[in-house]
Design a protein around this ligand. Structure first.
Ligand code: NAI
Length: 257
């Protein structure tokens, strides 16, 4: 069996995804800033290239799966880096590993987006034009000018663009025989969420907001959704966004889906 690559594997949802794969007897090939098989900074072009090259070298150019979990939350001080990691880092690894996934057995990829992907519309997404032309400096500049809540703007814009980028790839990936889907988590108890709760700008809103199921999700619950989408039971699921949010999206957007 060829490996399944997991980015963001050192913490939270990525770590839980690795644990779930191991429970199924599948050894993940891990990528993160630190404590991974491949240490790489997906926030830079060089780091992304290193990650792709190292994965191809270690896997022999054959992968059965890919789970792209690496990401930064809205609390991160530099909004431009949020865009670079969440959008450009994820898309570069996705595209860079398609040739290896084509060689795999029942291959599939899952991109971890967010319910925040719906908090900005594509028509008004401030980075839409820049990401369409692959212009990372322009996308970074667009969020840097975003005002006090530019972290949240950068986060929502990057996740919206990520879901759009995934959906735009369904024809090419379907023809290549590789299924591609997103998971959109709500609030999940990880270091990323806890850092947001401690943030003076967003903390109170995060702490006081209660999802219809009246708790935060666990990393294992998101990992279960990722494993489902990677597995054979999801054989006809392609181009979907699986919302795993305790009912938040349905609460706020009951007529939009
Ligand atoms: P986390 O902070 O626990 O884990 C994120 C991992 O990504 C860390 O191990 C970190 O080192 C890695 N990472 C960050 N920047 C990187 C870079 N430049 N290069 C390589 N690796 C890097 O966060 P969590 O919550 O597990 O987040 C995983 C994904 O889930 C993220 O994409 C996040 O946006 C998304 N998400 C999380 C939600 C939550 O409430 N926790 C809600 C919705 C989406």
């Amino acid at each position: 069996m060829a490996p399944t690559v997991v980015t963001g594997a050192a913490s939270g949802i990525g770590a839980a995804t690795c644990a779930a794969l191991r429970e199924q007897g599948r050894e993940p090939l891990t990528v993160d800033l630190h404590d991974a098989d491949i240490n790489a900074d997906l926030g830079t072009p060089e780091g992304r290239q290193h990650a792709v090259d190292a994965v191809l070298a270690r896997s022999g150019g054959v992968l059965d799966g890919l789970a792209l979990c690496a990401g930064l939350g809205p609390h991160v001080p530099d909004p431009a880096r949020i865009v670079s990691v969440n959008y450009f880092g994820t898309v570069a690894v996705l595209d860079g590993l398609l040739p290896a996934l084509r060689e795999g057995e029942q291959p599939a990829a899952v991109v971890v987006s967010s319910v925040s992907s719906t908090h900005v519309a594509w028509d008004t997404n401030p980075i839409a034009t820049a990401v369409e032309s692959g212009d990372e400096p322009a996308a970074r500049a667009a969020v840097a000018a975003g005002g006090e809540y530019r972290g949240q703007l950068a986060y929502a814009a990057s996740k919206n663009a990520l879901t759009v980028a995934t959906r735009r790839r369904v024809a090419e990936w379907g023809a290549a025989g590789v299924r591609l889907n997103t998971v959109a988590p709500g609030s999940v108890d990880t270091p990323l969420l806890r850092a947001g709760m401690d943030d003076p700008r967003y903390g109170q809103a995060i702490r006081e907001f209660v999802a219809p199921v009246a708790r935060h999700g666990t990393p294992a619950e998101i990992a279960a959704a990722i494993l489902y989408l990677l597995g054979g039971n999801a054989g006809f699921v392609h181009g979907a966004q699986l919302v795993v949010d305790g009912g938040v999206d349905a609460l706020f957007r009951p007529t939009t889906f």
